[in-house]
Design a protein around this ligand. Structure first.
Ligand code: PLP
Length: 381
């Protein structure tokens, strides 16, 4: 697949002039398109899409997704509050988090959002505070997947959820407090491409779900991948959606009850809708290496330094320039501050505008003011 830049050169120049760089730019219509495609790919009547707003909690993006009919998946009390202030009612927000304090759990409980309890302790705390109520639990089915080991969230080595061999104990604790387990949730990992991998997670979860007679919903989490590299094929969401719906429909038929099917996409809805625009501010050479220095750093887009992730780069000022093997590096005082290592790109010159593609998810959301450099601006167009 040939990647297209989110902005053309004239737009980039205009936005850079108006807002300065570095600048995160998000396109509303791409978010809408992704939401409609994913939601429309699951032919099951009671499907709910919870946007995992950890990917990008920009208020304008929350508003767009609210209008589309999305719900919100939050992983902190801060995200719950962001969703509430964006106008999502508590009934359209879910929360799951590992290693939280009793105080945070009680604060979230007060908001009335759907909570997926993540440990045996959390079940007991909930039962003490609110016996006789309905709960949902996050399950680690012993299976995880993801683009790289840093983003796998299931399996023995993962801290997330209640490991499935502990479920009998979870049921005992719940019954001690007369809690009804009405929901199960899992999230096996992120940037998954192979529908079979996701479907394996779905099947495993449903084999566990048979032990829970009072279920009202099952939430299969997020993890839907996007093609960061030009040679990657997009995830076949239609196939994934059809098969998930078929498996879940059969499960519901066997139960004689139509449960709710929930998913929690983050990256899939916003990654391709966003890009980071930056400017070349310095160029250096050492024997065998060219370093293109830009006015941003890993504090603004950490994925390459953190996970070795790939972001496609467009030189919008010199798109037809002769290819040069370069490293693109930032202005943070760390040698791991790089965006690109030894990649052939059109020759970069001082003041050229570079666009980092697919930066709408886990870009600004993971940014910091490390080195006391301000966070970048963001705009939604
Ligand atoms: C509980 C939970 N749900 C959903 C997601 C969204 O994942 P993704 O952005 O890969 O769809 C995450 C991300 O790690 C998560 O932790």
């Amino acid at each position: 697949m040939n990647k297209k830049p989110l902005l053309n050169s004239a737009e980039a120049r205009r936005l850079a002039k108006e807002h300065g760089t570095p600048l995160y730019v998000y396109r509303k219509n791409i978010i809408q398109k992704a939401f409609r495609l994913l939601h429309g790919s699951i032919p099951f009547p009671r499907t709910k899409v919870f946007y995992a707003c950890k990917a990008n909690a920009h208020a304008g993006i929350l508003k767009v997704l609210k209008q589309e009919g999305a719900c919100i998946e939050a992983v902190s009390i801060g995200e719950v509050r962001a969703a509430l202030s964006a106008g999502f009612p508590a009934s359209r927000i879910s929360y799951t988090c590992s290693n939280i304090s009793l105080e945070e759990l009680l604060a979230v409980m007060k908001t009335g959002v759907r909570v997926h309890l993540d440990s045996l302790n959390q079940i007991a705390w909930w039962g003490e505070a609110k016996p006789n109520s309905k709960i949902s639990i996050r399950v680690n089915r012993g299976f995880g997947a993801g683009e790289n080991p840093h983003i796998v969230t299931g399996g023995k080595e993962s801290k997330f959820g209640i490991y499935y061999t502990d479920l009998p104990e979870a049921i005992r604790i719940a019954s001690r407090y007369r809690l009804k387990i009405v929901g199960l949730q899992q999230h096996i990992g992120s940037n998954i491409f192979d529908p079979h991998t996701y479907l394996k997670g779905v099947r495993l979860m449903l084999s566990t779900a048979t032990r829970f007679p009072e279920l009202e919903f099952v939430d299969f989490g997020g993890g839907f991948g996007i093609p960061y590299r030009p040679e990657q094929k997009p995830l076949d969401v239609r196939r994934l959606g059809n098969e998930t719906a078929a498996i879940f429909s059969e499960f519901c038929r066997n139960r004689g009850k139509t449960l709710e099917l929930a998913i929690e996409p983050g990256r899939y809805l916003v990654a391709e809708a966003g890009a980071l625009l930056a400017q070349v501010v310095d160029i250096k050479k050492t024997p065998g290496h060219t370093f293109v220095g830009i006015n941003t750093g890993f504090n603004h887009l950490i994925r390459p330094a953190f996970y070795g992730s790939y972001h496609h780069v467009f030189n919008l000022s010199n798109p037809k320039g002769r290819n040069e093997l370069v490293n693109i590096v930032g202005n943070i005082c760390e040698s791991s501050d790089f965006f690109v290592k030894r990649r052939a790109l059109p020759k970069a010159r001082l003041r050229d505008l570079l666009l980092f593609a697919d930066a709408g998810a886990y870009g600004y959301a993971m940014s910091s003011d490390y080195n006391l450099r301000e966070k970048p601006k963001e705009i939604l167009i």
